[in-house]
Design a protein around this ligand. Structure first.
Ligand code: ATP
Length: 317
Protein backbone atom coordinates (compact mmCIF):
# COMPACT_ATOMS: atom_id res chain seq x y z
CA UNK A 1 0.00 0.00 0.00
CA UNK A 2 1.36 3.48 -0.78
CA UNK A 3 2.76 5.39 2.20
CA UNK A 4 0.32 7.85 3.81
CA UNK A 5 0.74 11.38 2.58
CA UNK A 6 0.35 14.67 4.34
CA UNK A 7 -2.64 16.73 3.21
CA UNK A 8 -1.65 18.78 0.18
CA UNK A 9 -4.28 21.45 -0.11
CA UNK A 10 -6.65 21.97 2.78
CA UNK A 11 -8.04 25.22 1.40
CA UNK A 12 -10.61 22.78 0.11
CA UNK A 13 -12.12 20.34 2.55
CA UNK A 14 -13.35 18.13 -0.26
CA UNK A 15 -12.59 17.85 -3.96
CA UNK A 16 -14.65 15.57 -6.14
CA UNK A 17 -13.68 15.04 -9.76
CA UNK A 18 -15.56 13.07 -12.39
CA UNK A 19 -17.47 11.09 -9.78
CA UNK A 20 -19.55 8.35 -11.34
CA UNK A 21 -21.71 5.73 -9.70
CA UNK A 22 -23.68 3.05 -11.45
CA UNK A 23 -25.66 0.75 -9.20
CA UNK A 24 -25.69 -2.80 -10.55
CA UNK A 25 -28.86 -4.30 -11.97
CA UNK A 26 -30.89 -6.08 -9.32
CA UNK A 27 -33.58 -8.56 -10.36
CA UNK A 28 -35.78 -6.94 -12.99
CA UNK A 29 -34.34 -3.47 -12.25
CA UNK A 30 -31.75 -2.34 -14.83
CA UNK A 31 -28.43 -0.78 -13.78
CA UNK A 32 -28.90 2.77 -12.50
CA UNK A 33 -26.41 5.56 -13.13
CA UNK A 34 -26.85 7.72 -10.03
CA UNK A 35 -23.85 10.03 -10.60
CA UNK A 36 -22.64 11.06 -14.04
CA UNK A 37 -19.21 12.62 -13.67
CA UNK A 38 -19.83 14.98 -10.77
CA UNK A 39 -17.26 17.72 -10.06
CA UNK A 40 -17.57 19.49 -6.72
CA UNK A 41 -15.28 21.59 -4.56
CA UNK A 42 -16.19 22.28 -0.94
CA UNK A 43 -14.12 25.03 0.69
CA UNK A 44 -12.70 24.39 4.16
CA UNK A 45 -14.56 26.25 6.89
CA UNK A 46 -17.82 26.58 4.99
CA UNK A 47 -21.33 25.48 5.78
CA UNK A 48 -22.09 23.87 2.47
CA UNK A 49 -25.53 22.80 1.27
CA UNK A 50 -25.89 19.89 -1.12
CA UNK A 51 -29.38 20.19 -2.57
CA UNK A 52 -31.37 18.51 -5.28
CA UNK A 53 -34.72 16.93 -6.00
CA UNK A 54 -35.48 13.34 -4.98
CA UNK A 55 -33.17 10.88 -6.66
CA UNK A 56 -30.63 13.56 -7.63
CA UNK A 57 -27.73 11.62 -6.14
CA UNK A 58 -27.17 13.42 -2.83
CA UNK A 59 -27.18 10.33 -0.61
CA UNK A 60 -25.01 8.47 -3.11
CA UNK A 61 -22.46 11.31 -2.98
CA UNK A 62 -22.51 11.41 0.82
CA UNK A 63 -22.27 7.64 1.13
CA UNK A 64 -19.25 7.64 -1.17
CA UNK A 65 -17.63 10.36 0.97
CA UNK A 66 -18.38 8.31 4.09
CA UNK A 67 -16.84 5.22 2.52
CA UNK A 68 -20.18 3.35 2.62
CA UNK A 69 -20.71 3.16 -1.15
CA UNK A 70 -17.99 2.28 -3.62
CA UNK A 71 -17.69 4.72 -6.51
CA UNK A 72 -17.61 3.44 -10.10
CA UNK A 73 -15.09 6.05 -11.29
CA UNK A 74 -13.67 9.44 -10.41
CA UNK A 75 -11.50 10.93 -7.71
CA UNK A 76 -12.45 11.96 -4.19
CA UNK A 77 -10.04 13.95 -2.04
CA UNK A 78 -10.98 14.54 1.59
CA UNK A 79 -8.93 17.01 3.60
CA UNK A 80 -6.13 16.59 1.08
CA UNK A 81 -6.17 12.80 1.18
CA UNK A 82 -7.08 10.83 -1.91
CA UNK A 83 -9.70 8.32 -0.80
CA UNK A 84 -8.12 5.56 -2.91
CA UNK A 85 -4.55 6.22 -1.79
CA UNK A 86 -5.12 7.10 1.88
CA UNK A 87 -8.49 5.58 2.83
CA UNK A 88 -7.79 5.65 6.57
CA UNK A 89 -6.77 9.31 6.69
CA UNK A 90 -9.59 10.43 4.45
CA UNK A 91 -12.11 8.53 6.60
CA UNK A 92 -10.66 10.02 9.79
CA UNK A 93 -11.24 13.55 8.47
CA UNK A 94 -14.97 13.12 8.09
CA UNK A 95 -17.86 12.39 10.47
CA UNK A 96 -21.30 11.55 9.14
CA UNK A 97 -24.63 11.93 10.86
CA UNK A 98 -26.78 9.55 8.79
CA UNK A 99 -30.49 9.73 8.07
CA UNK A 100 -31.29 6.33 9.52
CA UNK A 101 -31.39 5.88 13.29
CA UNK A 102 -28.77 3.12 13.30
CA UNK A 103 -28.08 2.82 17.00
CA UNK A 104 -27.37 -0.30 19.03
CA UNK A 105 -30.48 -0.55 21.24
CA UNK A 106 -28.66 -2.38 24.03
CA UNK A 107 -25.86 0.14 24.50
CA UNK A 108 -26.20 3.29 26.56
CA UNK A 109 -25.31 6.59 24.87
CA UNK A 110 -22.03 6.59 26.80
CA UNK A 111 -21.19 3.05 25.71
CA UNK A 112 -22.16 3.85 22.08
CA UNK A 113 -19.75 6.77 22.05
CA UNK A 114 -16.97 4.70 23.62
CA UNK A 115 -17.46 1.90 21.07
CA UNK A 116 -17.46 4.40 18.22
CA UNK A 117 -14.28 6.03 19.56
CA UNK A 118 -12.71 2.56 19.71
CA UNK A 119 -13.66 1.91 16.08
CA UNK A 120 -11.88 5.10 15.07
CA UNK A 121 -8.87 4.23 17.20
CA UNK A 122 -9.22 7.27 19.46
CA UNK A 123 -7.01 6.62 22.52
CA UNK A 124 -8.76 6.81 25.92
CA UNK A 125 -6.97 10.01 26.96
CA UNK A 126 -8.18 11.80 23.81
CA UNK A 127 -11.83 10.86 24.20
CA UNK A 128 -14.34 13.58 24.99
CA UNK A 129 -17.38 11.48 25.80
CA UNK A 130 -18.69 13.63 28.67
CA UNK A 131 -18.31 16.83 26.68
CA UNK A 132 -20.11 15.27 23.73
CA UNK A 133 -22.99 14.06 25.91
CA UNK A 134 -23.24 17.58 27.31
CA UNK A 135 -23.04 19.15 23.85
CA UNK A 136 -26.03 17.20 22.56
CA UNK A 137 -27.97 17.35 25.83
CA UNK A 138 -27.80 13.66 26.74
CA UNK A 139 -25.93 13.87 30.04
CA UNK A 140 -28.99 12.74 32.02
CA UNK A 141 -29.55 9.79 29.69
CA UNK A 142 -25.87 8.81 29.49
CA UNK A 143 -26.39 5.44 31.17
CA UNK A 144 -29.89 4.55 29.85
CA UNK A 145 -30.43 1.86 27.25
CA UNK A 146 -30.50 3.57 23.86
CA UNK A 147 -33.70 1.69 23.02
CA UNK A 148 -35.42 3.79 25.70
CA UNK A 149 -34.41 7.06 24.05
CA UNK A 150 -36.97 9.06 22.08
CA UNK A 151 -36.48 9.52 18.33
CA UNK A 152 -35.10 13.01 18.95
CA UNK A 153 -32.63 11.75 21.55
CA UNK A 154 -31.44 9.07 19.13
CA UNK A 155 -30.71 11.78 16.61
CA UNK A 156 -28.72 13.69 19.22
CA UNK A 157 -26.72 10.56 19.86
CA UNK A 158 -26.06 10.18 16.12
CA UNK A 159 -24.63 13.69 16.06
CA UNK A 160 -22.38 12.90 19.02
CA UNK A 161 -21.26 9.65 17.35
CA UNK A 162 -20.29 11.56 14.21
CA UNK A 163 -18.01 13.76 16.33
CA UNK A 164 -16.12 11.24 18.51
CA UNK A 165 -12.95 11.36 16.41
CA UNK A 166 -13.01 15.16 16.13
CA UNK A 167 -13.33 15.20 12.35
CA UNK A 168 -12.47 18.31 10.36
CA UNK A 169 -15.59 17.78 8.26
CA UNK A 170 -19.09 17.02 9.52
CA UNK A 171 -21.73 15.72 7.12
CA UNK A 172 -25.38 15.98 8.09
CA UNK A 173 -27.75 13.99 5.87
CA UNK A 174 -31.29 15.37 6.23
CA UNK A 175 -30.68 16.08 9.92
CA UNK A 176 -33.98 17.79 10.61
CA UNK A 177 -36.40 15.57 8.69
CA UNK A 178 -39.34 15.10 11.03
CA UNK A 179 -37.71 16.53 14.17
CA UNK A 180 -39.28 18.99 16.59
CA UNK A 181 -38.35 22.66 16.89
CA UNK A 182 -36.33 22.18 20.06
CA UNK A 183 -34.07 19.59 18.48
CA UNK A 184 -33.77 21.64 15.32
CA UNK A 185 -32.57 24.63 17.36
CA UNK A 186 -30.13 22.51 19.34
CA UNK A 187 -28.77 21.12 16.13
CA UNK A 188 -28.28 24.46 14.39
CA UNK A 189 -26.78 26.01 17.52
CA UNK A 190 -24.22 23.21 17.64
CA UNK A 191 -23.56 23.34 13.93
CA UNK A 192 -22.81 27.06 14.08
CA UNK A 193 -20.61 26.57 17.13
CA UNK A 194 -18.63 23.75 15.51
CA UNK A 195 -18.29 25.78 12.34
CA UNK A 196 -17.01 28.78 14.28
CA UNK A 197 -14.40 26.47 15.77
CA UNK A 198 -13.26 25.70 12.22
CA UNK A 199 -15.24 22.61 11.27
CA UNK A 200 -16.49 22.34 7.69
CA UNK A 201 -20.17 21.39 7.57
CA UNK A 202 -21.89 19.67 4.67
CA UNK A 203 -25.62 19.51 4.79
CA UNK A 204 -28.39 17.96 2.74
CA UNK A 205 -31.91 19.09 3.46
CA UNK A 206 -35.29 19.30 1.84
CA UNK A 207 -36.02 22.42 3.88
CA UNK A 208 -34.77 25.10 1.55
CA UNK A 209 -35.40 27.83 4.10
CA UNK A 210 -32.95 26.08 6.40
CA UNK A 211 -30.33 25.84 3.67
CA UNK A 212 -30.84 29.52 2.88
CA UNK A 213 -30.34 30.49 6.53
CA UNK A 214 -27.48 28.14 7.35
CA UNK A 215 -25.34 27.65 4.24
CA UNK A 216 -22.82 30.11 2.88
CA UNK A 217 -22.42 28.08 -0.28
CA UNK A 218 -24.84 25.78 -2.08
CA UNK A 219 -24.55 23.14 -4.80
CA UNK A 220 -27.61 21.94 -6.63
CA UNK A 221 -27.42 18.55 -8.29
CA UNK A 222 -30.03 16.96 -10.49
CA UNK A 223 -30.11 13.53 -12.11
CA UNK A 224 -26.53 12.84 -11.11
CA UNK A 225 -25.10 16.07 -12.52
CA UNK A 226 -24.08 19.39 -11.04
CA UNK A 227 -26.52 22.15 -11.95
CA UNK A 228 -24.56 24.87 -10.15
CA UNK A 229 -22.39 25.63 -7.14
CA UNK A 230 -22.39 29.19 -5.81
CA UNK A 231 -22.38 31.39 -2.75
CA UNK A 232 -25.90 31.53 -1.34
CA UNK A 233 -26.17 35.28 -1.91
CA UNK A 234 -25.20 34.93 -5.59
CA UNK A 235 -27.62 32.08 -6.01
CA UNK A 236 -30.48 34.09 -4.56
CA UNK A 237 -29.62 36.94 -6.92
CA UNK A 238 -30.23 34.63 -9.90
CA UNK A 239 -33.98 34.71 -9.79
CA UNK A 240 -34.72 37.78 -11.84
CA UNK A 241 -37.99 38.57 -10.15
CA UNK A 242 -39.19 40.82 -7.38
CA UNK A 243 -42.62 41.78 -6.14
CA UNK A 244 -43.55 45.27 -5.11
CA UNK A 245 -46.27 45.24 -2.49
CA UNK A 246 -48.27 48.44 -2.50
CA UNK A 247 -50.77 49.49 0.11
CA UNK A 248 -53.10 52.10 -1.29
CA UNK A 249 -55.21 54.66 0.54
CA UNK A 250 -58.34 53.44 -1.25
CA UNK A 251 -58.92 50.48 -3.56
CA UNK A 252 -58.66 52.14 -6.96
CA UNK A 253 -58.79 50.27 -10.26
CA UNK A 254 -55.48 48.68 -11.30
CA UNK A 255 -53.32 51.41 -12.84
CA UNK A 256 -51.62 51.05 -16.25
CA UNK A 257 -48.23 49.44 -15.66
CA UNK A 258 -44.85 49.69 -17.39
CA UNK A 259 -44.07 46.86 -19.80
CA UNK A 260 -43.07 43.61 -18.10
CA UNK A 261 -44.86 44.35 -14.80
CA UNK A 262 -47.89 42.34 -13.72
CA UNK A 263 -50.27 43.24 -10.92
CA UNK A 264 -52.75 41.33 -8.84
CA UNK A 265 -54.70 42.29 -5.79
CA UNK A 266 -54.04 40.16 -2.73
CA UNK A 267 -56.87 39.07 -0.43
CA UNK A 268 -55.74 41.67 2.13
CA UNK A 269 -56.35 44.40 -0.45
CA UNK A 270 -52.69 45.16 -1.20
CA UNK A 271 -51.43 45.28 -4.77
CA UNK A 272 -48.69 42.79 -5.63
CA UNK A 273 -46.77 43.89 -8.71
CA UNK A 274 -44.17 41.46 -10.01
CA UNK A 275 -41.35 42.59 -12.26
CA UNK A 276 -37.91 41.64 -13.50
CA UNK A 277 -35.33 43.96 -11.87
CA UNK A 278 -32.94 43.48 -14.80
CA UNK A 279 -35.48 45.17 -17.08
CA UNK A 280 -37.35 47.51 -14.77
CA UNK A 281 -35.91 49.18 -11.69
CA UNK A 282 -37.92 49.47 -8.50
CA UNK A 283 -37.56 53.28 -8.66
CA UNK A 284 -38.94 53.41 -12.20
CA UNK A 285 -41.86 51.21 -11.22
CA UNK A 286 -42.77 53.36 -8.22
CA UNK A 287 -42.41 56.52 -10.33
CA UNK A 288 -44.77 55.03 -12.91
CA UNK A 289 -47.33 54.25 -10.21
CA UNK A 290 -47.08 57.80 -8.87
CA UNK A 291 -47.41 59.09 -12.41
CA UNK A 292 -50.62 57.05 -12.83
CA UNK A 293 -52.02 58.81 -9.74
CA UNK A 294 -52.10 55.73 -7.52
CA UNK A 295 -52.71 56.83 -3.89
CA UNK A 296 -49.73 54.97 -2.35
CA UNK A 297 -49.71 54.66 1.44
CA UNK A 298 -46.87 52.17 1.88
CA UNK A 299 -44.59 49.97 -0.24
CA UNK A 300 -42.43 46.91 0.41
CA UNK A 301 -40.33 44.73 -1.88
CA UNK A 302 -40.43 40.94 -1.69
CA UNK A 303 -37.30 39.24 -2.97
CA UNK A 304 -37.20 35.64 -4.16
CA UNK A 305 -36.09 32.91 -1.79
CA UNK A 306 -34.12 29.76 -2.38
CA UNK A 307 -37.30 27.85 -3.09
CA UNK A 308 -38.04 30.08 -6.10
CA UNK A 309 -34.51 29.68 -7.45
CA UNK A 310 -34.48 25.95 -6.82
CA UNK A 311 -37.74 25.39 -8.67
CA UNK A 312 -36.54 27.54 -11.57
CA UNK A 313 -33.31 25.56 -11.87
CA UNK A 314 -34.60 22.03 -11.40
CA UNK A 315 -38.07 22.08 -12.92
CA UNK A 316 -38.28 19.34 -15.50
CA UNK A 317 -39.63 19.73 -18.99
N1 ATP B 1 -28.66 0.78 -3.75
C1 ATP B 1 -29.20 1.24 -4.86
N2 ATP B 1 -29.44 0.43 -5.92
C2 ATP B 1 -29.97 0.89 -7.07
N3 ATP B 1 -30.29 2.19 -7.28
C3 ATP B 1 -30.09 3.05 -6.27
C4 ATP B 1 -29.52 2.63 -5.00
N4 ATP B 1 -29.44 3.72 -4.20
C5 ATP B 1 -29.90 4.77 -4.91
N5 ATP B 1 -30.30 4.36 -6.15
C6 ATP B 1 -30.84 5.22 -7.23
O1 ATP B 1 -29.86 6.19 -7.53
C7 ATP B 1 -30.48 7.48 -7.77
C8 ATP B 1 -29.91 8.50 -6.79
O2 ATP B 1 -30.34 8.15 -5.48
P1 ATP B 1 -29.89 8.96 -4.16
O3 ATP B 1 -30.49 8.23 -3.01
O4 ATP B 1 -28.44 9.18 -4.18
O5 ATP B 1 -30.65 10.34 -4.40
P2 ATP B 1 -30.98 11.50 -3.37
O6 ATP B 1 -30.63 12.77 -4.08
O7 ATP B 1 -30.34 11.25 -2.07
O8 ATP B 1 -32.55 11.39 -3.25
P3 ATP B 1 -33.52 11.66 -1.98
O9 ATP B 1 -33.63 13.13 -1.85
O10 ATP B 1 -34.80 11.04 -2.47
O11 ATP B 1 -32.92 10.96 -0.79
C9 ATP B 1 -31.97 7.25 -7.63
O12 ATP B 1 -32.51 7.03 -8.90
C10 ATP B 1 -32.06 5.98 -6.78
O13 ATP B 1 -33.25 5.27 -7.09
Amino acid sequence: MPAPQQPIDTANAIEIRGLTKTYAAAGAAPPKQALKGLDLTIPAGSIFGLLGPNGAGKSTTINILAGLVRKTAGKVTIWGFDQDVNPRQSRAAIGVMPQELNIDPFLSPRASLEVQAGLYGVPKYERWTDELLELVGLTDQAESYSRHLSGGMKRRLLLAKALVHRPQILVLDEPTAGVDIQLREMLWRNVRKLNQQGMTIILTTHYLEEAQDMCDRIAIIDRGELVLCEDTATLLGRADSKTLIVQTAAEPALPPLPEGARAERRPDGRLAISYAPSRLSTDALIAALHGAGLPIRDVAVETPDLEDVFVQLTSRP
